[in-house]
Ligand binder design. Structure first.
Ligand code: ZN
Length: 257
């Protein structure tokens, strides 16, 4: 069974700005999807991918109940229209993550409703768009998301994000970015929420061709494999009869509560 992946994109910048459309004429979601189709993940887990895309202005943002039920890993790029994402869809995505679906939140998705809901914090940070160099240090070389990477890699121009990044302490911090202007940032962070895995990956400002970078494409290819569900378990809180007889009490009493 291939891993079923959906790349979700707000898809507003590319349609509203000629400068951004020049960088991503086909939309950021298509560039990300093309990178996933092109790059072989490194490391042990290598499931084939079935890649689809969804965008904000599609009915239900392209994330109907059925579409999400059939999704193993969802990637999320949003920026200027976070508030336009319906709470019902956010709720739906959260339920799927808790049940086991993987979620990869990209760049300005740090302020998306779904990421802030799953983190439970503001997810705020410092920022600056000044065409500066970003060096991503791989601080967990043994982590599956870092497979095939060197000690660091660089992006010639990116937006700066700086600490403090208001997130709960990650289960793993795979990358720390340094920027030409001096700031640092936890740029690749992993969490578990319920049965699902969540990865936040920092680079990806819309005015730079970041998603065509080979190292970025490798990180995303690895991250999709890492985030693949291991179970699919919906929520339940059943009253359970005991498996063993409890003392001398009748079964019905013992099972109460
Ligand atoms: Zn940005």
């Amino acid at each position: 069974m291939p891993l079923r992946v959906i790349v979700w994109n707000e898809f507003r910048h590319e349609r509203e700005s000629a400068a951004i459309a020049a960088v991503y004429p086909e939309g950021i979601h298509r560039a990300i999807a093309d990178g996933l189709a092109l790059v072989q993940p490194q490391g042990q887990q290598r499931q084939a991918l079935e890649i689809g895309t969804a965008t904000l202005d599609e009915p239900e943002h392209g994330l109907s109940e059925q579409r999400l039920a059939d999704c193993d890993v969802l990637l999320w790029w949003g920026h200027r229209a976070h508030d336009a994402v319906s709470d019902a869809v956010v709720e739906r995505v959260q339920r799927r993550v808790l049940a086991g679906m993987g979620l990869i939140v990209l760049h300005s998705g740090h302020y998306s409703k779904i990421f802030r809901r799953l983190m439970g914090t503001h997810c705020s940070l410092k920022w600056r768009v000044a065409d500066e160099r970003e060096r991503l240090w791989v601080v967990e070389r043994s982590h599956p998301i870092a497979a095939g990477l060197g000690e660091y890699f660089e992006l010639p121009q990116e937006e700066m994000y700086g600490e403090r990044f208001d997130i709960p302490r990650p289960d793993a911090t795979v990358f720390i970015s340094w920027f030409e202007g001096g700031e640092v940032f936890r740029s690749g962070c992993c969490w578990e929420r319920g049965h699902g895995r969540v990865f936040y990956f920092r680079p990806g400002h819309e005015s730079y061709p970041t998603y065509r970078d080979a190292n970025v494409q490798l990180v995303l290819a690895n991250a999709v494999q890492w985030a693949a569900p291991t179970v699919a378990l919906g929520d339940a809180a059943p009253m359970r009869a005991p498996l063993e007889r409890i003392g001398d009490k009748p079964q019905a009493d013992a099972a109460a509560g």
